[in-house]
Ligand binder design. Structure first.
Ligand SMILES: Nc1nc2c(c(=O)[nH]1)N[C@H]1C(S)=C(S)[C@@H](COP(=O)(O)OP(=O)(O)OC[C@H]3O[C@@H](n4cnc5c(N)ncnc54)[C@H](O)[C@@H]3O)O[C@H]1N2
Ligand code: MOO
Length: 407
Protein backbone atom coordinates (compact mmCIF):
# COMPACT_ATOMS: atom_id res chain seq x y z
CA UNK A 1 0.00 0.00 0.00
CA UNK A 2 1.21 3.47 -0.75
CA UNK A 3 2.29 5.66 2.15
CA UNK A 4 2.15 9.27 3.19
CA UNK A 5 5.47 11.05 3.63
CA UNK A 6 4.99 11.07 7.41
CA UNK A 7 4.32 7.31 7.48
CA UNK A 8 7.51 6.54 5.57
CA UNK A 9 9.49 9.03 7.66
CA UNK A 10 8.28 7.14 10.75
CA UNK A 11 9.03 3.67 9.36
CA UNK A 12 12.57 4.52 8.22
CA UNK A 13 13.29 6.38 11.46
CA UNK A 14 12.13 3.42 13.54
CA UNK A 15 14.30 0.98 11.57
CA UNK A 16 17.38 3.21 11.86
CA UNK A 17 16.81 3.95 15.51
CA UNK A 18 16.67 0.18 16.24
CA UNK A 19 19.91 -0.29 14.31
CA UNK A 20 21.51 2.65 16.11
CA UNK A 21 20.47 1.31 19.50
CA UNK A 22 21.93 -2.09 18.65
CA UNK A 23 25.17 -0.44 17.57
CA UNK A 24 25.51 1.38 20.90
CA UNK A 25 25.73 -2.05 22.57
CA UNK A 26 28.98 -2.70 20.68
CA UNK A 27 32.28 -2.04 22.39
CA UNK A 28 33.11 1.67 22.73
CA UNK A 29 36.23 3.02 21.10
CA UNK A 30 38.83 5.27 22.73
CA UNK A 31 39.35 8.48 20.78
CA UNK A 32 41.66 11.46 21.30
CA UNK A 33 39.91 14.75 22.06
CA UNK A 34 40.56 16.73 18.90
CA UNK A 35 38.67 18.53 16.15
CA UNK A 36 36.96 15.90 14.04
CA UNK A 37 35.76 13.97 17.08
CA UNK A 38 32.18 12.90 16.28
CA UNK A 39 29.44 10.68 17.62
CA UNK A 40 28.28 10.32 21.19
CA UNK A 41 30.06 9.61 24.47
CA UNK A 42 29.79 5.98 25.53
CA UNK A 43 30.70 6.79 29.15
CA UNK A 44 30.76 9.96 31.25
CA UNK A 45 33.85 12.10 30.62
CA UNK A 46 35.30 13.02 34.01
CA UNK A 47 36.98 16.39 34.48
CA UNK A 48 40.61 16.29 35.54
CA UNK A 49 40.59 19.97 36.46
CA UNK A 50 38.53 22.65 38.15
CA UNK A 51 37.09 25.00 35.53
CA UNK A 52 37.97 27.83 35.88
CA UNK A 53 41.22 26.56 37.32
CA UNK A 54 41.69 29.55 39.63
CA UNK A 55 39.76 32.61 40.84
CA UNK A 56 40.25 35.18 38.10
CA UNK A 57 39.11 38.62 37.11
CA UNK A 58 36.16 39.17 34.80
CA UNK A 59 37.24 42.76 34.08
CA UNK A 60 40.24 44.97 33.56
CA UNK A 61 40.27 46.84 36.88
CA UNK A 62 41.46 46.63 40.48
CA UNK A 63 41.46 43.64 42.80
CA UNK A 64 40.38 44.95 46.20
CA UNK A 65 39.37 43.99 49.70
CA UNK A 66 35.66 44.83 49.58
CA UNK A 67 35.89 45.88 53.23
CA UNK A 68 38.33 48.68 52.25
CA UNK A 69 35.63 50.33 50.09
CA UNK A 70 32.82 50.10 52.66
CA UNK A 71 32.98 53.88 53.36
CA UNK A 72 33.25 54.91 49.68
CA UNK A 73 29.52 55.72 49.58
CA UNK A 74 30.12 58.69 51.92
CA UNK A 75 33.37 60.04 50.43
CA UNK A 76 35.89 58.78 47.85
CA UNK A 77 38.33 56.22 49.26
CA UNK A 78 41.93 56.53 48.00
CA UNK A 79 44.09 53.41 48.06
CA UNK A 80 47.66 52.72 46.85
CA UNK A 81 48.33 50.21 44.06
CA UNK A 82 50.74 47.28 44.17
CA UNK A 83 52.29 45.59 41.10
CA UNK A 84 49.97 44.80 38.17
CA UNK A 85 48.61 41.26 37.81
CA UNK A 86 48.14 40.02 34.24
CA UNK A 87 46.72 36.89 32.62
CA UNK A 88 49.39 34.20 32.73
CA UNK A 89 50.83 35.27 36.10
CA UNK A 90 51.25 32.07 38.04
CA UNK A 91 50.92 33.03 41.70
CA UNK A 92 50.38 36.71 42.55
CA UNK A 93 51.46 37.91 45.99
CA UNK A 94 48.71 38.10 48.64
CA UNK A 95 47.00 41.50 48.67
CA UNK A 96 47.59 43.43 51.92
CA UNK A 97 44.60 45.24 53.46
CA UNK A 98 44.55 48.87 52.43
CA UNK A 99 46.07 48.22 48.99
CA UNK A 100 44.63 47.41 45.54
CA UNK A 101 46.14 45.44 42.65
CA UNK A 102 45.63 46.57 39.06
CA UNK A 103 44.38 43.35 37.39
CA UNK A 104 43.59 42.38 33.80
CA UNK A 105 40.76 40.18 32.55
CA UNK A 106 41.54 36.50 33.16
CA UNK A 107 44.43 37.21 35.56
CA UNK A 108 44.45 35.35 38.88
CA UNK A 109 42.86 37.27 41.76
CA UNK A 110 45.54 37.69 44.47
CA UNK A 111 44.91 35.78 47.72
CA UNK A 112 42.99 38.02 50.12
CA UNK A 113 41.30 40.14 47.43
CA UNK A 114 37.59 39.35 47.15
CA UNK A 115 36.23 41.70 44.46
CA UNK A 116 37.23 43.52 41.29
CA UNK A 117 36.28 47.12 40.44
CA UNK A 118 36.41 47.89 36.68
CA UNK A 119 38.90 50.62 35.80
CA UNK A 120 36.16 52.85 34.33
CA UNK A 121 34.45 52.99 37.72
CA UNK A 122 37.43 54.73 39.34
CA UNK A 123 37.95 58.48 39.34
CA UNK A 124 41.09 58.69 37.16
CA UNK A 125 40.37 55.58 35.07
CA UNK A 126 44.09 54.73 35.00
CA UNK A 127 46.15 51.79 36.24
CA UNK A 128 49.36 53.67 37.08
CA UNK A 129 52.90 52.26 36.82
CA UNK A 130 53.32 48.48 36.27
CA UNK A 131 55.27 48.14 39.48
CA UNK A 132 52.59 49.91 41.56
CA UNK A 133 52.88 53.11 43.62
CA UNK A 134 49.88 55.00 42.19
CA UNK A 135 46.87 56.07 44.27
CA UNK A 136 43.39 55.19 43.00
CA UNK A 137 40.12 56.78 44.13
CA UNK A 138 36.98 54.68 44.49
CA UNK A 139 33.54 56.30 44.77
CA UNK A 140 31.31 53.30 45.58
CA UNK A 141 31.41 50.22 47.80
CA UNK A 142 31.63 46.80 46.14
CA UNK A 143 30.04 43.51 47.22
CA UNK A 144 32.42 40.57 47.84
CA UNK A 145 32.59 38.32 44.78
CA UNK A 146 31.87 41.10 42.27
CA UNK A 147 33.59 40.41 38.90
CA UNK A 148 35.48 37.44 40.36
CA UNK A 149 35.09 34.24 38.32
CA UNK A 150 35.44 31.67 41.05
CA UNK A 151 37.48 28.49 40.64
CA UNK A 152 35.39 25.44 39.76
CA UNK A 153 32.14 27.28 39.02
CA UNK A 154 31.78 25.60 35.61
CA UNK A 155 32.86 22.09 36.65
CA UNK A 156 34.99 20.62 39.44
CA UNK A 157 37.73 18.02 39.07
CA UNK A 158 36.15 14.58 39.42
CA UNK A 159 32.74 15.70 38.19
CA UNK A 160 31.34 14.64 34.81
CA UNK A 161 32.01 17.20 32.09
CA UNK A 162 29.47 15.44 29.87
CA UNK A 163 27.33 12.37 30.51
CA UNK A 164 27.16 9.15 28.50
CA UNK A 165 25.18 9.76 25.31
CA UNK A 166 26.23 13.40 25.01
CA UNK A 167 26.83 14.48 21.40
CA UNK A 168 30.43 15.41 20.56
CA UNK A 169 29.79 18.74 18.85
CA UNK A 170 32.39 21.52 18.68
CA UNK A 171 31.41 22.95 22.09
CA UNK A 172 31.87 19.48 23.63
CA UNK A 173 35.40 19.28 22.23
CA UNK A 174 36.13 22.67 23.82
CA UNK A 175 34.67 21.60 27.17
CA UNK A 176 36.77 18.42 27.20
CA UNK A 177 39.94 20.35 26.38
CA UNK A 178 39.32 22.93 29.10
CA UNK A 179 38.63 20.14 31.60
CA UNK A 180 41.94 18.42 30.79
CA UNK A 181 40.32 15.33 29.26
CA UNK A 182 42.66 13.88 26.62
CA UNK A 183 40.76 10.82 25.43
CA UNK A 184 37.12 9.77 25.58
CA UNK A 185 35.16 6.58 25.10
CA UNK A 186 32.92 7.04 22.12
CA UNK A 187 29.95 4.92 21.09
CA UNK A 188 30.94 3.29 17.81
CA UNK A 189 29.56 5.13 14.77
CA UNK A 190 26.75 3.67 12.72
CA UNK A 191 28.16 1.74 9.75
CA UNK A 192 26.42 2.49 6.50
CA UNK A 193 26.75 0.48 3.30
CA UNK A 194 25.66 2.22 0.11
CA UNK A 195 24.74 0.04 -2.84
CA UNK A 196 24.19 1.65 -6.22
CA UNK A 197 22.52 -0.61 -8.77
CA UNK A 198 22.33 -0.54 -12.56
CA UNK A 199 24.12 -1.92 -15.59
CA UNK A 200 24.63 1.65 -16.83
CA UNK A 201 26.90 2.36 -13.85
CA UNK A 202 29.08 -0.68 -14.56
CA UNK A 203 29.40 0.10 -18.27
CA UNK A 204 30.15 3.72 -17.50
CA UNK A 205 27.24 5.00 -19.61
CA UNK A 206 26.08 6.92 -16.52
CA UNK A 207 28.53 8.08 -13.83
CA UNK A 208 27.59 6.75 -10.39
CA UNK A 209 26.86 10.04 -8.66
CA UNK A 210 24.32 8.63 -6.18
CA UNK A 211 26.77 6.63 -4.12
CA UNK A 212 29.21 9.57 -4.05
CA UNK A 213 26.43 11.86 -2.81
CA UNK A 214 25.41 9.42 -0.08
CA UNK A 215 29.02 8.79 0.91
CA UNK A 216 29.63 12.54 1.21
CA UNK A 217 26.51 12.92 3.38
CA UNK A 218 27.59 10.01 5.58
CA UNK A 219 31.04 11.50 6.08
CA UNK A 220 29.56 14.89 6.91
CA UNK A 221 27.52 13.20 9.65
CA UNK A 222 30.57 11.35 10.97
CA UNK A 223 29.25 7.92 10.02
CA UNK A 224 31.36 5.07 8.74
CA UNK A 225 30.35 4.26 5.17
CA UNK A 226 31.37 2.12 2.25
CA UNK A 227 30.05 2.30 -1.31
CA UNK A 228 29.41 -0.56 -3.76
CA UNK A 229 28.01 -0.98 -7.24
CA UNK A 230 26.16 -3.98 -8.67
CA UNK A 231 24.65 -4.62 -12.10
CA UNK A 232 20.99 -5.61 -12.54
CA UNK A 233 21.76 -9.16 -11.45
CA UNK A 234 19.82 -10.56 -8.47
CA UNK A 235 22.50 -13.15 -7.64
CA UNK A 236 25.18 -10.48 -7.47
CA UNK A 237 23.07 -8.24 -5.27
CA UNK A 238 22.23 -11.14 -2.95
CA UNK A 239 25.90 -12.08 -2.66
CA UNK A 240 26.83 -8.47 -1.88
CA UNK A 241 24.11 -8.13 0.77
CA UNK A 242 25.32 -11.39 2.35
CA UNK A 243 28.84 -9.97 2.52
CA UNK A 244 27.78 -6.55 3.82
CA UNK A 245 25.17 -7.47 6.42
CA UNK A 246 27.50 -8.87 9.13
CA UNK A 247 29.63 -5.70 9.15
CA UNK A 248 26.97 -3.06 8.52
CA UNK A 249 24.19 -1.42 10.53
CA UNK A 250 22.16 0.17 7.74
CA UNK A 251 22.19 -0.57 4.02
CA UNK A 252 20.97 2.06 1.54
CA UNK A 253 20.37 1.09 -2.08
CA UNK A 254 19.68 3.33 -5.06
CA UNK A 255 17.82 2.38 -8.22
CA UNK A 256 15.97 -0.75 -9.25
CA UNK A 257 12.72 -0.08 -7.40
CA UNK A 258 10.23 1.07 -10.07
CA UNK A 259 8.05 -0.83 -12.53
CA UNK A 260 10.39 -1.98 -15.30
CA UNK A 261 11.79 -5.36 -16.20
CA UNK A 262 15.16 -4.93 -14.50
CA UNK A 263 14.32 -3.83 -10.95
CA UNK A 264 17.02 -5.77 -9.17
CA UNK A 265 16.47 -4.31 -5.69
CA UNK A 266 12.79 -4.99 -5.82
CA UNK A 267 13.27 -8.51 -7.20
CA UNK A 268 15.66 -9.48 -4.43
CA UNK A 269 14.11 -7.71 -1.46
CA UNK A 270 10.35 -7.53 -2.03
CA UNK A 271 9.81 -11.26 -1.29
CA UNK A 272 11.57 -10.93 2.10
CA UNK A 273 9.43 -11.02 5.26
CA UNK A 274 8.25 -7.56 6.29
CA UNK A 275 9.44 -5.89 3.09
CA UNK A 276 7.49 -2.92 1.73
CA UNK A 277 7.79 -1.52 -1.80
CA UNK A 278 5.36 1.05 -3.14
CA UNK A 279 4.87 4.77 -3.65
CA UNK A 280 5.27 7.50 -1.07
CA UNK A 281 3.19 10.61 -1.71
CA UNK A 282 6.13 12.77 -2.68
CA UNK A 283 7.66 14.03 -5.90
CA UNK A 284 10.49 13.41 -6.59
CA UNK A 285 11.27 10.27 -4.66
CA UNK A 286 7.93 8.50 -5.13
CA UNK A 287 9.01 4.86 -5.54
CA UNK A 288 10.57 3.67 -2.28
CA UNK A 289 11.25 0.46 -0.41
CA UNK A 290 12.13 -0.65 3.10
CA UNK A 291 13.25 -4.20 3.80
CA UNK A 292 15.63 -6.20 5.95
CA UNK A 293 18.54 -8.55 5.22
CA UNK A 294 18.98 -11.38 7.71
CA UNK A 295 22.62 -12.25 8.36
CA UNK A 296 21.58 -15.21 10.53
CA UNK A 297 22.13 -13.20 13.69
CA UNK A 298 20.22 -9.98 13.14
CA UNK A 299 18.19 -8.27 10.45
CA UNK A 300 19.92 -5.27 8.89
CA UNK A 301 17.52 -2.60 7.60
CA UNK A 302 17.76 -1.92 3.87
CA UNK A 303 16.43 1.49 2.82
CA UNK A 304 15.76 1.42 -0.92
CA UNK A 305 15.83 4.74 -2.72
CA UNK A 306 14.87 5.30 -6.35
CA UNK A 307 17.70 5.78 -8.82
CA UNK A 308 17.13 9.26 -10.19
CA UNK A 309 19.83 11.53 -8.75
CA UNK A 310 17.49 14.25 -7.46
CA UNK A 311 15.18 11.58 -6.03
CA UNK A 312 18.16 10.27 -4.03
CA UNK A 313 19.07 13.74 -2.77
CA UNK A 314 15.50 14.58 -1.76
CA UNK A 315 14.84 11.11 -0.28
CA UNK A 316 18.00 11.43 1.79
CA UNK A 317 16.84 14.77 3.20
CA UNK A 318 13.31 13.58 3.96
CA UNK A 319 13.81 10.03 5.16
CA UNK A 320 17.43 9.31 5.98
CA UNK A 321 19.20 12.41 7.19
CA UNK A 322 17.03 13.05 10.27
CA UNK A 323 17.41 9.60 11.89
CA UNK A 324 21.06 9.26 10.83
CA UNK A 325 21.84 12.69 12.27
CA UNK A 326 20.12 11.73 15.53
CA UNK A 327 22.16 8.53 15.70
CA UNK A 328 25.31 10.58 15.11
CA UNK A 329 24.47 13.10 17.81
CA UNK A 330 23.97 15.85 15.27
CA UNK A 331 21.13 18.35 14.84
CA UNK A 332 18.54 16.36 12.91
CA UNK A 333 16.43 19.15 11.48
CA UNK A 334 17.50 21.47 8.71
CA UNK A 335 16.82 25.16 9.40
CA UNK A 336 13.34 25.95 8.13
CA UNK A 337 11.46 29.10 7.22
CA UNK A 338 8.84 30.59 4.98
CA UNK A 339 8.86 33.24 2.29
CA UNK A 340 6.93 34.52 -0.71
CA UNK A 341 7.51 32.75 -4.02
CA UNK A 342 9.21 34.90 -6.65
CA UNK A 343 7.43 33.06 -9.46
CA UNK A 344 4.38 30.81 -9.94
CA UNK A 345 4.55 27.00 -9.88
CA UNK A 346 2.34 23.96 -10.41
CA UNK A 347 2.42 20.78 -8.37
CA UNK A 348 0.85 17.30 -8.67
CA UNK A 349 -2.27 16.75 -6.62
CA UNK A 350 -2.01 14.36 -3.67
CA UNK A 351 1.78 14.53 -3.42
CA UNK A 352 4.21 16.70 -1.52
CA UNK A 353 6.26 18.40 -4.21
CA UNK A 354 9.85 19.21 -3.27
CA UNK A 355 11.38 21.89 -5.49
CA UNK A 356 14.82 23.45 -5.33
CA UNK A 357 15.15 27.14 -4.61
CA UNK A 358 17.31 30.07 -3.61
CA UNK A 359 16.62 32.42 -0.73
CA UNK A 360 16.92 35.98 -1.97
CA UNK A 361 18.11 38.88 0.16
CA UNK A 362 14.54 40.23 0.48
CA UNK A 363 13.38 36.86 1.92
CA UNK A 364 11.61 35.75 -1.25
CA UNK A 365 12.20 32.35 -2.81
CA UNK A 366 13.14 31.82 -6.44
CA UNK A 367 13.08 28.36 -8.03
CA UNK A 368 16.18 26.66 -9.43
CA UNK A 369 15.62 24.25 -12.31
CA UNK A 370 12.44 22.41 -13.16
CA UNK A 371 10.65 19.78 -11.07
CA UNK A 372 12.34 16.81 -12.83
CA UNK A 373 14.37 14.29 -10.84
CA UNK A 374 17.14 14.11 -13.48
CA UNK A 375 18.60 17.60 -12.73
CA UNK A 376 21.29 17.17 -10.06
CA UNK A 377 23.24 20.21 -11.25
CA UNK A 378 20.26 22.48 -10.59
CA UNK A 379 19.97 20.86 -7.16
CA UNK A 380 23.58 21.68 -6.38
CA UNK A 381 23.01 25.33 -7.28
CA UNK A 382 20.13 25.65 -4.81
CA UNK A 383 20.27 26.44 -1.12
CA UNK A 384 16.67 25.57 -0.30
CA UNK A 385 14.23 22.72 -0.66
CA UNK A 386 10.83 24.28 -1.28
CA UNK A 387 7.92 22.22 0.04
CA UNK A 388 4.57 22.39 -1.75
CA UNK A 389 1.91 20.57 0.28
CA UNK A 390 -0.06 17.61 -1.08
CA UNK A 391 -3.32 19.50 -1.48
CA UNK A 392 -1.79 22.41 -3.41
CA UNK A 393 -1.69 22.18 -7.21
CA UNK A 394 -0.74 25.76 -8.12
CA UNK A 395 0.89 28.74 -6.44
CA UNK A 396 1.25 32.33 -7.65
CA UNK A 397 4.16 34.68 -7.24
CA UNK A 398 3.84 36.14 -3.74
CA UNK A 399 2.24 33.03 -2.22
CA UNK A 400 4.03 31.90 0.94
CA UNK A 401 6.00 28.64 0.80
CA UNK A 402 7.83 26.65 3.44
CA UNK A 403 11.52 25.89 2.89
CA UNK A 404 14.35 23.83 4.36
CA UNK A 405 17.83 25.27 4.17
CA UNK A 406 20.17 22.64 2.69
CA UNK A 407 23.28 24.70 1.93
N1 LIG B 1 6.14 2.69 -15.23
C1 LIG B 1 6.71 3.44 -14.29
N2 LIG B 1 7.93 3.90 -14.50
C2 LIG B 1 8.52 4.65 -13.56
C3 LIG B 1 7.86 4.98 -12.37
C4 LIG B 1 6.57 4.46 -12.17
O1 LIG B 1 5.93 4.70 -11.16
N3 LIG B 1 6.05 3.68 -13.15
N4 LIG B 1 8.45 5.82 -11.47
C5 LIG B 1 9.44 6.71 -12.01
C6 LIG B 1 10.12 7.38 -10.94
S1 LIG B 1 9.28 8.64 -10.20
C7 LIG B 1 11.40 7.10 -10.58
S2 LIG B 1 12.15 7.99 -9.36
C8 LIG B 1 12.16 6.06 -11.22
C9 LIG B 1 12.80 5.14 -10.18
O2 LIG B 1 13.42 4.13 -10.88
P1 LIG B 1 14.45 3.12 -10.27
O3 LIG B 1 14.59 3.30 -8.83
O4 LIG B 1 14.11 1.80 -10.75
O5 LIG B 1 15.82 3.66 -10.85
P2 LIG B 1 16.58 3.21 -12.14
O6 LIG B 1 15.61 2.88 -13.19
O7 LIG B 1 17.59 2.22 -11.77
O8 LIG B 1 17.28 4.58 -12.48
C10 LIG B 1 16.55 5.74 -12.72
C11 LIG B 1 17.49 6.78 -13.36
O9 LIG B 1 18.52 7.12 -12.45
C12 LIG B 1 19.80 6.86 -13.01
N5 LIG B 1 20.68 6.34 -11.96
C13 LIG B 1 20.48 5.16 -11.34
N6 LIG B 1 21.47 4.98 -10.46
C14 LIG B 1 22.29 6.02 -10.55
C15 LIG B 1 23.50 6.37 -9.88
N7 LIG B 1 24.04 5.57 -8.95
N8 LIG B 1 24.08 7.55 -10.18
C16 LIG B 1 23.54 8.34 -11.14
N9 LIG B 1 22.39 8.05 -11.79
C17 LIG B 1 21.79 6.91 -11.52
C18 LIG B 1 19.53 5.85 -14.07
O10 LIG B 1 20.51 5.81 -15.04
C19 LIG B 1 18.17 6.28 -14.59
O11 LIG B 1 18.31 7.34 -15.50
O12 LIG B 1 11.35 5.28 -12.06
C20 LIG B 1 10.46 6.02 -12.90
N10 LIG B 1 9.81 5.11 -13.77
O1 MOO C 1 9.56 10.01 -7.83
MO1 MOO C 1 10.78 10.05 -9.20
O2 MOO C 1 11.85 10.27 -7.92
O3 MOO C 1 10.17 11.73 -9.56
O4 MOO C 1 11.88 10.57 -10.52
Amino acid sequence: MSRSVDEHVGEVAAAISRAAHRRTQDRPVERPVAPGLVGRLAAPAVSRLDVPGFDNSQMDGFAVHAADLARAADAPVALPTVAHVVAGDAAPAPLALGTVAPIMTGAPVPPGADAVVPVERTVAREFGPVGGGAVVEFTAPVAPGTFVRARGTDVRAGEAVLEAGAPLHPAAVGALVVAGVETVRVAPALRLAIVATGAELISGAVPDSNSRVLLAHAHELGLEATAHVVPDDPAELEALLDRLAPRTDVIVTTGGVSAGTREVVRQVLEPRPGAWFDHVAVQPGGPQGLAGWDDGDRVVPVVCLPGNPVSVLVSFELFLRPPLARAAGRIDQRPTGTGPLAEPLTSPSGRLQVRRGLLRSDGSVSLVGAAGSHLPVSYARADLLVLVPEDVTALDAGDIVQWWRIA
